[in-house]
Design a protein around this ligand. Sequence first.
Ligand code: GDP
Length: 194
Amino acid sequence: IKNAVFETSAVDFAGVKAQTKNLPQVVFVGRKNVGKSSLINMLCNKKNLAVTSSTPGRTKLINFFRIVSEKGEFYLVDLPGYGFAAAGKSEKIGWNDNIGNYLMNAKNVRLVFVILDMRIEPTENDILCLNFLQANGIPFAIVGAKTDKLSRSAAGLHAARLGGSLGIGASDVIITSSKDKIGREKIIEKIFNN
Ligand code: GDP
């Protein structure tokens, strides 16, 4: 990744179509506070490219960052964070809202990174999201975030448990920490080799 700049925010899918160019898209999705913005910042080697939750604002929008790489340009797309489904029915991802609608309609999506918290079981919305991606044949990869909050041995166990509950191997969970800059190369490799 040679350069990354914020390009535009869209409020809905119509806005996405009107405001963006015909470039491949790599999408980041996950629940609020899981560390999605921090991960995007780490990936792009920029401190404040994606707004982190301490400064809310762009969080409900679909944000587009244009990435220039040796292999060409693409968009890194930051979807709104979803809530815990347990917090109320309205927090459950519906495929009419921005997240579902976007994924259903976007034609240029090459890969979706689903960001999960390493420390807990996937939430109901995480599962809804993964099922949706699977059902629609959209390529995705699982990222376990904030691994620095676990010891090394616990991180391995948690990755195995997370993988187990999703029916994938522990090694298919990309373990990351934005705080300790872990996992950047693995994510980049996944983007370019997908
Ligand atoms: P988002 O809502 O998913 O975009 O999450 P943010 O990136 O804004 O992060 C939410 C909170 O988690 C912030 O207080 C971050 O500082 C913290 N955070 C994010 N990534 C990490 C990480 O890798 N390790 C630790 N320990 N904290 C993190």
